[in-house]
Design a protein. Structure first.
Length: 121
């Protein structure tokens, strides 16, 4: 299934966010929604046939949705942010996982700014 999803993601160009509209079988839909909705960073990675990957800049709307999704996932797992620091748990998660994420440099800076990571620290 993962191979199929990646091949679909390679060829999605065209709409206002840089992605084409396409129809997929209902069975694959839930998996695609999990990993390839526009508020997921994987959605903005283009994989060329010969291997290189290109990270597109995410529109601000989807960066905010992605960070909100991370925040909500932490809350659903019972993690509570520190008093007066809404993104403390998101920062912990991000620091543990940022090296696994393919993000455009501008998108990464925006995410880190939103969750309170000092780029000079």
């Amino acid at each position: 299934m993962q191979r199929c999803i990646r091949s679909i993601a390679i060829h999605n160009l065209g709409n206002q966010e840089g992605r084409a509209q396409f129809s997929i079988p209902a069975k694959a839909g839930s998996t695609l929604a999990l990993f390839y909705g526009p508020h997921h960073h994987q959605y903005w990675v283009l994989r060329e046939d010969d291997g290189p990957e290109h990270c597109l800049e995410m529109p601000e709307r989807y960066v905010k949705e992605m960070v909100a999704d991370w925040y909500g996932a932490g809350r659903a797992l019972g993690k509570r942010p520190a008093p007066h620091d809404r993104y403390s748990e998101v920062r912990k998660w991000y620091r543990a996982n940022f090296d696994k994420m393919l993000l455009n440099q501008k998108t990464r800076r925006r995410v880190e700014e939103m969750i309170g990571i000092d780029p000079w620290a």
